[in-house]
Design a protein around this ligand. Structure first.
Ligand code: GLA
Length: 452
């Protein structure tokens, strides 16, 4: 680092310390206001009441900036306009996918003369305001990416030292979501301060901007993240490494989540969600069954549903799975409780998520990677102590195919055949309170949202 840069960074740090001191003084007031308003200490910007749904370019398109060689897959304004067109025209918006999100590599290599961020002029010649207007004209929202540190993970100018200016720039452009990454920070304390400062800066703009953090991920090797704090500042937060297009990656994330669920699951709820990273359904690496496992578990885990795939060229099965209204309704359930892995029996994992209306969603995952479909049998009273089946209950299989499984009692034995690396997703609702209507309610919940 050169001396001028060092001096600059020292004065930025000083500015940040002063800002931080100001925030520390304001913090008790903020906490009281938040607690009074919500009863819980979550980011009270009224956003992400249910997990965010949309599309995010990273896993599929990475940092492809070579628009001469690969114009169809490079990061330029056309890519987001085309995704927006398809999301509006081909049913994605109707089932709830509403955010079209830019990830890293959209920036020019320097800020402008007024220190404002600017997009790469060749790849985004119309500018971000125009792009946001276009996305909004389709009834969708625009997400953008920046980094808490001096540079983004791919080496473009970061927000460090410019949080307020960047938040205002995003608001001026009409941005609706910010993914705030955690690369190239000076030290952990400054990074945490930066995440908080950006949250406050976004709030100050007065625009509704969902704030998606990668905050805790980089902290794990050093200290356990403070989830109370994270939830206070972020609408969702990554906990673990980047997903890639493989079963190995998906199962590592599933395992990490299960192994840390007692710490992370109770924190999730309306306004703040754990983010296990993008859906890679519709790409190259997951089999049909593995795609179902990802979709089912992301629903159980109340995860943001951010697809990273090429909607211009997606097979019908993947599309149907991603647009499955019953699975989406489980993901978006208004109770907002994150499900957890409740047992492991031989090759099987059983995951459970309580739903509004006294029901539960269950995912039975067959972790075997060899052999044929295996039979999973379970007696109803061992599903959450039979809470959903005090008198009678309606059991409905959602994946791999929608099928009413009949009315059951506590002593009924349910049987499902589950493919290797696949999942059966089903719901159990009390029958006495009109269970068939409950299933319909799941559907109408999604319909209502998409009519907004
Ligand atoms: C990090 C994030 C990814 C992506 C890249 C972009 O690795 O975890 O999701 O945003 O940076 O460079």
């Amino acid at each position: 680092m050169r001396k001028t840069e060092w001096l600059q960074s020292q004065s930025q740090m000083q500015r940040q310390r002063e800002m931080a001191r100001g925030y520390v003084l304001l913090l008790p007031l903020l906490i009281v206001v938040l607690t009074l308003a919500t009863g819980v200490s979550s980011l009270d910007n009224g956003l992400a009441v249910t997990p965010t749904m949309g599309w995010l370019h990273w896993e599929r398109f990475l940092c492809n900036v070579d628009c001469e060689e690969d114009p169809h897959n490079c990061i330029n304004e056309q890519l987001y306009m085309q995704m927006a067109d398809i999301m509006a025209a081909e049913g994605w918006k109707d089932v709830g996918y509403s955010y079209v999100c830019i990830d890293d590599c959209w920036l020019a290599s320097t800020r402008d003369a007024n220190h404002r961020l600017q997009p790469d002029p060749k790849r985004f010649p119309s500018g971000m305001k125009k792009l946001a207007d276009y996305v909004h004209s389709k009834g969708l929202k625009l997400g953008i990416y920046q980094d808490v540190g001096t540079y983004t993970c791919a080496g473009y100018p970061g927000s460090y030292g410019y949080y307020e200016l960047d938040a205002q720039t995003f608001a001026d452009w009409g941005v609706d979501l910010l993914k705030f990454d955690g690369c190239n920070f000076i030290n952990l304390d400054i990074m945490i301060e930066g995440y908080k400062n950006m949250s406050l800066a976004l709030n100050k703009t007065g625009r509704d901007i969902v704030y998606s953090c990668e905050w805790p991920f980089y902290l794990w090797p050093f200290k356990e993240p403070n989830y109370t704090d994270i939830k206070k500042y972020c609408n969702h937060w990554r906990n673990y490494g980047d997903i890639d297009d493989s079963w190995g990656s998906v199962k590592t994330i599933i395992d990490w989540t299960a192994n840390h669920q007692s710490l992370i699951a109770p924190v999730a709820g309306p306004g703040g969600w754990n983010d296990p990273d993008m859906l890679v359904i519709g790409n190259f690496g997951l089999s049909r069954d593995q795609q179902m496992t990802q979709m089912a578990l992301w629903a159980i885990m109340a995860a943001p549903l951010l697809m990273s795939n090429d909607l211009r060229n997606i097979d019908a099965d993947s599309k149907a799975l991603l647009q499955n209204r019953y699975v989406i309704a489980i993901n978006q359930d208004p109770l907002g409780v994150q499900g957890q892995r409740v047992s492991k029996l031989r090759n099987f994992e059983l995951w459970s998520r309580p739903l509004a209306g006294g029901g539960f969603a269950y995912a039975v995952v067959n972790r075997a990677e060899i052999g044929s479909p295996q039979k999973f049998s379970i007696v109803v009273f061992s599903l959450d102590s039979g809470k959903a089946c005090q008198k009678e209950c309606l059991v409905t299989q959602i994946l791999p195919a929608f099928r009413f499984q009949g009315i059951h009692v506590l002593t009924s034995v349910l049987e499902f055949w589950v493919n290797p690396t696949g999942t059966v997703l089903f719901t159990v609702f009390p029958h006495s309170t009109g269970s068939s209507r409950k299933v319909e309610a799941l559907r109408s919940n999604v319909d209502r949202r998409s009519n907004l």
